[in-house]
Ligand binder design. Sequence first.
Ligand code: NAD
Length: 358
Amino acid sequence: MTDIVVSSDGLNAAIRAILAGAGSNEREQKLVADHLVLANLTGHDSHGVGMLPNYIASAREGRHKVNGKAELVVDAGALMTFDGGTSYGQVVAFEAMTLAIERVRQHGVAVVSIRNSNHVGRIGHWAEQCAAAGLVSIHFTCGFANRTLVAPFGGTDARFGTNPFCAGFPRPGEEPIILDFATSKIAAGKVRVAMNKGETLPDEVLLNAKGKPTTDPKDLYVPPTGALLPIGGHKGYGLAVICELFGGALSGGGTWTKAKLGRKVNVNNMFSIVVDPARLGGSEVMAEEARNFVEWVTASPPADGVERVLLPGEPERQRKRKRLAEGIPIDPNTWGEVLAAAESVGVARTRIGQVAGL
Ligand code: NAD
């Protein structure tokens, strides 16, 4: 079966209609739909509208809060802790970053931890929010779902999540540099997308339940389940540990232990540092040095099969331009799950097709 292709506006309208059916107010509909559709636009289908069926099931079963907010539980000026109260992460992280940006205007820096939020989605979204305000940011994220997904370096079974690391660097008059990746060799959602499409995975990404290498994406989703491997051997594993400790221990949101296995949640904790480069006293030097370095590094002669050296954040912008022009492809399994989610909250499949412009 071939992918359906839908415009970003049509997809946004469809997602909002489903969220409205599940009781979200207009603001929540907008924040969640804009986030998911932007994830698809930037090519991160793993964090796009394919997440919605999970969100809707969790909202219907009362596992996360609809129309909630980020509660500021520690307010020490430049230092803040938010409790998400299991509300939509797209709302909680937006509110936390919005206040962080305000505080950076006062103090030059804000150190923010978020605990107990529902899934905060594509972390680059939050670095982009900071970069749009001219601010540098670093984000360490971890989370809990009903099970662990990634094996430690040297281990054979899953002990923690895909713990993304993200950093954003604004460039006056130019697009920001946004580095945003899971510390597993592949994001778990991308394994789900591969499974839905009937594709196999690259070598050395996944272990099966016996701790042996496999290329079958079902080995991550169909019990007995295996484990993803961390990026970059011991170094990527070390970064994942830091994401868990900064995101989970510093925020008070918690880290993975055996006792947390089996809980029906999809919670994220995130620790962010947001800095105003102008307040560090060198924003002109910063802009010039960034320009010089970018010119130098991207002038490296491209390897065979590579058109040109790209900067972190560029592939996402390239895909966004293409998908805005040509539409967003969605595989039939994912679209079927989205339609089933609509039906589960009393929104007819035909209505979703209509609002999506299909
Ligand atoms: P990925 O492997 O596609 O890597 C993305 C990063 O690498 C981006 O910064 C991108 O610009 C850069 N990049 C890619 N190709 C490049 C090239 N040729 N040259 C220069 N830079 C390049 O990302 P991923 O690991 O699959 O993660 C996907 C998304 O999943 C991320 O947005 C991440 O935040 C999200 N995620 C979220 C959670 C969560 O719990 N909320 C968990 C895991 C992942």
